[in-house]
Design a protein around this ligand. Structure first.
Ligand SMILES: C[S@@+](CC[C@H](N)C(=O)[O-])C[C@H]1O[C@@H](n2cnc3c(N)ncnc32)[C@H](O)[C@@H]1O
Length: 255
């Protein structure tokens, strides 16, 4: 089976069940041992304040500075946003200061438990956290989003199929034209094993473009190919129905 194996859940779920269980157990253990360290590794450790301040700084740099692509003229207060691999909410809580509604999902129930407790303690009401299975978004039922984001998460996933499945899932839930901005491991020297939950599989620029094409996205901007922080801006292509309508309208006008 090639990179863009078209199989969907439940066969995929069955195939990846052992890996998903391992991801959950490993990340639960990391959360119990030292969540802040494993989320944003720093040898000298973090105070809670510094840790959450780093989330605010990242939201300023990665979200506010990129507002034109993300909001596309919409009022952020009226936007619903998804973060995949939210951890204990380092960025999610800062995203909730900008956007109307924010949903965070994470494979680790322990991370999610902590994220919920922190949001509740801070009195933040427009954020929701869900434990998912590590490869799809079924836990969110029918909720749709205006923007999706993921940082330092896919770099820990050892399977391209799992990443592609997330792309399909995000695509299904995004508004036409909306953006999924995410980071993958781009450094080709990383030796990831199929059951590794720390070193994820590297993605080349060609693979990223092909993944976008196969899942209905336009891989419009790509920064950092070949490096650990390989950023991708995937815009959901307009629905085919809309495109067809525009084309037939233009044809009528030309005649
Ligand atoms: C390094 S932390 C980053 C957390 C958050 N993105 C941030 O920047 O603060 C990686 C997070 O991704 C989660 N994660 C790892 N693999 C995942 C998967 N397959 N699906 C969902 N979450 C996953 C981990 O549980 C962990 O909380």
């Amino acid at each position: 089976m090639g990179l863009l194996d078209g199989r969907r859940s439940p066969q995929l779920l069955e195939k990846f069940n052992p890996l998903l269980k391992k991801m959950e157990a490993d990340w639960d253990n990391r959360a119990r041992e030292n969540a802040e360290y494993y989320i944003a590794t720093r040898p000298e450790g973090w105070s809670k304040e510094e840790f959450f301040r780093s989330g605010r700084v990242h939201v300023e740099e990665m979200i506010l500075a990129d507002r034109a692509n993300i909001c596309q003229g919409k009022d952020p207060r009226r936007m619903r946003v998804l973060e995949i691999g939210c951890g204990i909410g380092r960025m999610t809580l800062a995203l909730a200061e900008v956007f109307g509604e924010v949903y965070g999902v994470d494979v680790s129930g322990e991370m999610i438990r902590r994220a919920r407790a922190l949001a509740e303690a801070a009195g933040i009401k427009n954020v929701r956290f869900y434990k998912n299975n590590g490869m799809d978004l079924k836990v969110l039922r029918r909720v749709k989003f205006d923007f999706a984001f993921s940082y330092i998460v896919f770099q820990h996933i050892p399977s391209k199929e799992v990443i592609i499945n997330y792309l399909r899932e995000v695509h299904r839930r995004l508004a036409p034209g909306a953006l999924f901005k995410f980071q993958v491991q781009g450094y080709p020297g990383v030796e990831s094993r199929p059951d590794d939950t720390w070193l994820g599989v590297p993605i080349t620029e060609e693979e990223a473009v092909e993944m976008a094409r196969a899942t209905g996205f336009d891989a419009r901007f790509r920064v950092g190919a070949g490096e650990q922080y390989f950023w991708l801006w995937f815009f959901k292509q307009p629905e085919r129905g809309t495109l067809d309508r525009v084309l037939s309208f233009l044809r009528i006008r030309r005649d």
